[in-house]
Design a binder for this molecule. Structure first.
Ligand SMILES: [Mg+2]
Length: 382
């Protein structure tokens, strides 16, 4: 079997899809993208694919090593997202060839379904209590929200109060058994993170995410010592080597590698297994499209420490095009009582509606995140 060609589709709302073709007619799909840099990742995929044309798609581990080690320079969001999408497509091909879902090829399932959470609020949290209640009424048992707006290194206590009021209102609306994930989004610097994690503890969050930027991960130890709330991070970390100091240092309770950013199925399975050895849970990051989510679910099926899965249905980024729009059979991601079943079809377990993908690639997108500024004119973390 040989790889004969590929196609890349930049589709709304902010995604990039890859189709890898073979001489046996089997095709595989991947989602190589970093939000806001789709065209840059596309160029990286094109460079990597020059090596893969004519190669056997089944030698995934070797191809991964060539893509990672063979270029001398390695790591980071662009290269690791390009590898991720190609890796997903190769696993999809392998599963289709053997007529088995990818999780069977990874050792088989240790669960039949996984809990999912729904996003509430937008970039700037508001109306979150009502949205949380709507989610609970649709069966979700967990929600996640942005915790704050922009926050200076040292900021005022009225902003802290606003965060607390939002979370208090959600907790009161949904009761004590619904999980509330609070994403600091790397917007918060260490001094205010210390204040917030302590104050938020009384609302019993499910976790606090990216309390500080990943380049400041050494601050997590000091922050985690102030609270019993689990600390999550990892969506902006891209390999086993990025996660190594975080796990070895005991700085984290939940890792959140992204299957479309951190080297794909091959690498994230290993990252999550590393975390298991430190008694650290996994909640793969996935505010992305259906191929990325399918890849997540295949790995979740086999990972004992995966406890919840992010998914993008109805997320604030998906206006106009949503998670299910590019699938032949959207029922594969049917959420019931806050859980989704592991897809059982061959490969990634989904069927991409290529006609729709082609049509929407003509529309395309140039999505970029906003640039925020503080009152004094300095750039704020988004
Ligand atoms: Mg996040």
């Amino acid at each position: 079997m040989k790889i004969t060609g590929y196609k890349l589709y930049q589709v709304p709302p902010r995604w990039l899809f890859l189709k890898v073709e073979t001489d046996e007619g089997i095709v595989g799909w991947g989602e190589p993208v970093i939000e806001g840099k789709a065209a840059t990742v596309k160029a990286a995929v094109e460079e990597l694919m020059t090596y893969l044309i004519g190669k056997d798609p089944l030698r995934i581990e070797d191809h991964w090593n060539v893509m990672y080690r063979g270029g001398f320079y390695r790591g980071g969001p662009i290269l690791m997202s390009a590898i991720a999408g190609i890796d997903q497509a190769l696993w999809d091909i392998k599963g289709k060839l053997f007529n088995a879902p990818v999780y069977q090829l990874l050792g088989g399932a240790c669960r039949d379904s996984i809990k999912v959470y729904s996003w509430i609020g937008g970039d700037r949290p508001s109306d979150t209590a009502q949205m949380a209640l709507d989610c609970v009424e649709r069966g979700f048992q967990a929600v996640k929200m942005n915790g704050t707006e922009e926050l200076q290194y040292i900021d005022s206590y009225d902003k802290v109060d606003k965060v607390l009021e939002n979370v208090a209102a959600i907790r009161e609306a949904v009761g004590k058994n619904i999980g509330i994930g609070i994403d600091f989004h790397g917007r918060v610097h260490k001094p205010m993170a210390k204040v917030l994690v302590r104050e938020l503890e009384e609302f019993k969050p499910m976790f606090i995410e990216e309390p500080v930027l990943p380049e400041n991960n050494e601050a997590l130890k000091e922050i985690a010592a102030l609270t019993s709330t689990p600390i999550a991070t990892g969506e902006r970390m891209f390999s086993r080597w990025d996660f190594k100091p975080l796990l070895a240092g005991g700085y984290v309770d939940i890792i959140q590698p992204d299957l479309s950013h951190a080297g794909g199925i091959t690498e994230c399975k290993k990252i999550i297994s590393m975390a298991e050895a430190y008694d650290v849970a996994a909640a793969p990051h996935c505010p992305l499209g259906p191929i990325a989510l399918a890849a997540c679910l295949q790995v979740d099926a086999t990972a004992h420490n995966a406890f919840i899965q992010e998914q993008s249905l109805g997320i604030h980024y998906n206006q106009g095009s949503d998670l299910l729009d590019y699938l032949v059979d959207p029922s594969v991601f049917h959420y019931e009582n806050g859980y989704v079943k592991i897809p059982q079809g061959p490969g990634l377990g989904i069927e991409v509606n290529e006609e729709k993908v082609r049509e929407m690639a003509k529309v395309g997108h140039q999505w970029q995140n906003p640039v925020w500024r503080h009152k004094d004119g300095s750039v704020a973390e988004w």
